[in-house]
Design a protein around this ligand. Structure first.
Ligand SMILES: O=C(O)CCC(=O)C(=O)O
Ligand SMILES: [Fe+2]
Length: 370
């Protein structure tokens, strides 16, 4: 049997000029159009943590839907209880009555589709590699490739900072299709309102001041939009679109494709398929930053995306974080003698750095604490 090393080395050009070319990932979309078999760098390895059951298990119940109008009405405890129980079980919930019109979700999705449909040279104008080699967080491309044996995800993405608004770097914002910037701006404004409502509801569940998290996530707090593009993959049984992870920021608002599934959530060691619905759906989940602040009372769900042999898939995630200079740690108010701090404090930016490093290695998925 071939070893991991020999399998990998077949794909790597050996000329001295190209010695470091493994650092430069492909556009998976364009790779997909040109290969019959995914290169070995994309294949799941044996013994990979949380690597099994790519087909997933049918989810035994619908992901709960929370009515945002009811949730923010102070007299309603039913939606708040639903929120508490879903944050302690699936970790994902859908929202209804959220104020984003179907037509806007439609426009954001089709602007994303149009962007990924542009020729590669056009998309590379927004590349996340400066001078074609130095990785930066914003732009079009893939994850940073840190090591030669890093397993790569079968997806491309466009990652844009949307907040604080005055720190947007429009050079990364596509000018084609023409509606892209306006659609994203409008969507970001409305998504921000959803974020506010959910943060208030979570604060109330933790018996904090209603605006506690809104305050933590204001001013210099970053928000990123991440457009994920998953091309059809000839080996959905061996390749993941996004490896298992929990989101790192405090809160995620995820707009998912209505036709193509792929998102799976891990619960008690089983991967469940999140079912697609006939309409666009907004899914919400918390990330590590919130898990830490809540001292683990609410957990950031571990999820991954599987690929599809026939269809492309798109999702748009909005990630809401805290000011990178702020310390993130369990909120003193939620600590008790029985529930002492389970996480230590760390500057948000140091935590992010550690997290991305672990993510690229496919490590730190569930159990370790910062
Ligand atoms: O594509 C999806 O459904 C999920 C994407 C995701 O998990 C992410 O961007 O963090
Ligand atoms: Fe995610």
């Amino acid at each position: 049997m071939e070893t991991k090393q020999t399998m990998i080395s077949k794909d790597i050009p050996r000329t001295p000029m190209a010695e470091e070319s493994w650092r430069l990932p492909n556009s998976v979309q364009h790779l997909a159009a040109n290969v019959q078999e995914p290169p070995s760098r994309y294949l799941l390895r044996e013994q990979e943590p949380y690597g099994g059951n790519l087909a997933g298990t049918k989810i035994p119940e619908a992901i709960p839907t929370i009515d945002l109008g009811l949730l923010s009405a102070s007299s309603d405890t039913q939606e708040a209880n639903k929120l508490r129980s879903t944050l302690q079980s699936w970790g994902f919930f859908q929202v209804s009555n959220h104020g984003i019109e179907t037509s806007l979700m439609d426009s954001v999705m089709s602007a994303s589709r149009d962007f990924f449909g542009l020729p590669l040279e056009e998309k590379r104008k927004y590349s996340n590699l400066i001078d074609g080699e130095h990785f930066q967080i914003e732009g079009y491309g893939n994850d940073q490739v840190k090591t030669q044996d890093q397993r790569l995800d079968w997806s491309d993405r466009l990652h844009l900072r949307v907040e604080p608004e005055n720190e947007r770097n429009l050079a990364h914002w596509p000018i084609h299709p023409k509606s892209f910037r306006d659609d994203l701006h409008e969507y970001a404004m409305k998504s921000k309102r959803i974020k506010g409502e959910i943060l208030r509801a979570i604060a109330k569940l933790l018996e904090l001041d209603e605006d506690y998290f809104v305050y933590q996530l204001s001013d210099k707090a970053p928000a990123y939009a991440r457009f994920n593009y998953y091309p059809p993959c000839p080996r959905p049984d061996l390749v993941l679109g996004v490896k298992p992870h929990s989101d790192v920021y405090a809160l995620t608002v995820l707009l998912v494709d209505k036709d193509v599934g792929g998102l799976q959530v891990l619960r008690d060691g089983t991967w469940y398929n999140v079912t697609t619905l006939p309409n666009y759906t907004l899914l919400i989940n918390i990330g590590f930053t919130m898990e830490i602040m809540a001292n683990g009372i609410f957990r950031a769900p571990v999820h991954r995306v599987v690929t599809n042999a026939e269809k492309e898939r798109i999702s748009v995630a909005m990630f809401y974080g805290v000011d990178p200079e702020k310390e993130v740690g369990p909120i003193p108010h939620v600590l008790t003698e029985e529930q002492p701090a389970r996480y230590r404090k760390m500057k948000a930016k140091d935590f992010l750095f550690t997290h991305y490093d672990d993510f690229s290695r496919g490590a730190r998925i569930v159990d370790s604490k910062i």
